[in-house]
Write a protein that binds this ligand. Sequence first.
Ligand code: GLV
Ligand code: MN
Ligand code: MN
Length: 428
Amino acid sequence: MTAPRPEVDISRVMAELDALAKRSDAPSPAVTRVLYTDTDLAGRALIKELCADAGLSVREDPIGNTFARWDGLEPDLPPVGTGSHIDAIPHSGRYDGTVGVLGALEAIRALKRAGFRPSRPIELVMFTSEEPTRFGIGCLGSRALAGAITASYLASLRDRDGRDFDEIRRAAGFQGELSDVRLPEGAYTAFVELHIEQGPHLERDGIPIGIVTAIAAPAALRVTLTGEGGHAGAVLMRGRKDALCAAAEAVLLVETIASNSGSPDTVGTTGVCRVHPGAINSIPERVTLEIDIRDIDLVRRNCTLDTIRGAIEAMAQRRQIAAHVECLNSDPPASTSVIVVEAIRAACGELGLRSLPMISRAYHDSLFMSRVAPTGMIFIPCKEGISHRPEEYSEPEAIARGIEVLAMTVARLSGTEDHAQGAGDGTR
Ligand code: GLV
Ligand code: MN
Ligand code: MN
């Protein structure tokens, strides 16, 4: 017997995406929702309420990773997990991450409506801070769940105002020991994340579903350049130690080195530049840069990272500026699981949808979930591949198809039914 085909209530999902987008610190259509702000907490409250309304049992861990469970016929078996994040970088769009959270919820509701009874539980996971905005490191929640960072590392984090992680998460209402966040071994049977592609391929090729085979390797540096401040009028140009001029060179070094790695797969971006004291009539004394470097090839990514670090240090020495270069993260790429990829492919077959194997150049919580469970990702097209901008857009139809595939995939992985038969012949 195959799982009944889930009927996705896409109007409801779009209304929920809209309601979530209203929990934002930027004016519409932009979305800003930064970890542990009142806005982040309001977004979380909405999701928890919707999960409770769907009859799921909701719990949170000490850093706010949120789990909403649909118990299966065998509730003691490790669940199939699915989910993503709802935090949003400053002035971004409304679909990044949120489609994977609200889509997972609708997949569960659709399976329930269709009368499906999973054997293993199906658990929605809303990860804390996939975006690096507040603490400079992405995938904070999934890293901690996977044991890729320790409790003492978490406790050592400070935000840009110097407030420590522990104080902020407790003030946001998350109590308990940081050492309790790590998942026990075998906590999930499998994990599947639905996400917008954040690239142009699916839309361009008219293919509704991307099946992720690997996730590129991200790394980040924080560079603090310290020179000498002073009066913008009174200090003559000769002999100045202007930290922002050094930072300008550093930004260009990142661009040049990433562009000349020999592969178009190497990308380098300086997305944060903080100037102290930040007054027009004051020579910049200290500048902090945050630099994002990625590649699908780990050796080349590491080589780019080392070259950038060395070039910035040499430039700073020449300018007699002190440079402190800190590596915030330097992660290997991840491969997705054949079991989950096959389940997604089979779901596409049952639904008659064409699919494309693809690499994710963006990182996702799946990068870390793949360390603790067989993991896969379902991509859907987004307009012109635009993401991390207010113009981010995915059509309701595209989202609905992604949710259908997600529902059929988690149903298959949850194990009650034999889904081997019933694959559709035609493709859409
Ligand atoms: C995720 O938001 C990323 O930056 O890849
Ligand atoms: Mn993002
Ligand atoms: Mn995302």
